[in-house]
Ligand binder design. Structure first.
Ligand SMILES: Nc1ncnc2c1ncn2[C@@H]1O[C@H](COP(=O)(O)OP(=O)(O)OP(=O)(O)O)[C@@H](O)[C@H]1O
Length: 309
């Protein structure tokens, strides 16, 4: 079995609106999979279907190789989840809330509950605030408590909806390093985010959602390799430069007021420079522009991502 999460044709309609449209997810075992998309693109609805919280209109999926929802009782205890608005009791402390959740899990051993809860609180950096009532928690502290709840189960697969949402920069860094540590211990992580920078920092794989559709899905290394570098020449004679670029085999050649550029493909940049000089094109500047993931995602979705954070 190679996929920790696998869906085929997963679809959810709300009335006339198709929130999730025939999504085929494939999350490899051991991956940190970034489920990336702008607000409203269908990430949360997909995650809720994966966890069996929302019934799909069509399609199906497997978690850890088991068919859902048929195998839900067997497989869900092996899956840690953080979904929007976890139902914590506001008048109980963080620790007491975890005890409640842990006690509700029939597969958890009550004898080791205190140790399990202490370890989970510790991992998310909430030990000091564990004795406070949840109603006094900030959004970031609630988010951490949600993560601690996800860590109560064995972390074979973690499904996290916007895990760094509401955290300050320090908290964001801590949660990202926690995710990296869990992955290093062998867990598969699927996390949703609208931050491309988050995907670039911690993910090995990415799936891009746009208007309910999964418009791209690949290991990050392959996406980076697939975004072709462009060569750019600054010159007073852009038309002549463009002709040379085409002669040299560059594709998608474009010109601006004082520049020409094209996709290099297999052509070596030093050959292009030599050809420009040979053709008497005055070269003020020559550069190879690094592939830019953001540009690629924008071209896939026609929308920008929030790149801060
Ligand atoms: N229970 C519901 N009833 C009706 N429409 C819904 C419901 N839940 C979600 N939607 C709609 O489905 C679409 C996808 O929403 P979803 O929350 O899955 O997107 P998202 O990518 O998670 O966005 P966000 O980042 O804002 O959470 C949205 O247009 C939303 O309004």
């Amino acid at each position: 079995m190679t996929y920790a999460v696998e869906s085929t044709g997963l679809t959810k309609r709300f009335g006339r609106q198709v929130a999730v449209n025939a999504v085929d997810l494939a999350v490899p075992r051991g991956a940190v999979y970034g489920f990336l998309g702008p607000n409203g693109s269908g990430k949360t609805t997909t995650i809720r279907m994966l966890l069996g919280l929302v019934r799909p209109t069509a399609g199906g999926h497997r978690l850890l190789g088991e068919p859902m929802p048929e195998a839900a009782t067997a497989v869900l205890p092996r899956v840690g989840a953080l979904v929007e608005g976890p139902a914590f009791h506001p008048y109980l402390t963080g620790r007491e809330n975890l005890h409640r959740l842990d006690a509700a899990d029939r597969t958890a051993d009550p004898g080791s509950a205190a140790a399990r809860i202490g370890a989970a609180l510790d991992r998310v950096g909430l030990t000091a605030a564990a004795g406070k009532r949840v109603r006094a928690y900030s959004l970031g502290m609630r988010q951490r408590l949600g993560l601690a709840a996800a860590l109560l189960t064995p972390t074979e697969l973690l499904i996290l909806d916007e895990p760094t949402n509401g955290l300050d920069p320090q908290g964001t860094r801590e949660v990202r390093s926690l995710i990296a540590a869990l992955a290093a211990e062998g867990a598969t992580v699927l996390l949703s985010t609208h931050l491309l920078s988050e995907v670039e920092q911690i993910c090995t794989d990415v799936g891009v959602m746009h208007q309910g559709r999964l418009v791209a899905q690949a290991p990050l290394t392959r996406l980076r390799a697939g975004t072709a570098p462009r060569a750019r020449v600054r010159t007073g004679r852009p038309a002549d430069a463009a002709r040379v670029l085409r002669e040299q085999g560059l594709t998608e050649v474009a010109t601006g007021a004082d520049e020409a550029s094209g996709v290099l493909g297999p052509v070596r940049p030093e050959r292009v420079v030599a050809a420009l000089v040979h053709a008497d094109v005055p070269v003020r500047e020559f550069g190879v522009l690094a592939p830019d993931l953001e540009e690629m995602f924008v071209s896939l979705t026609g929308e920008g991502f929030d790149v801060s954070g």
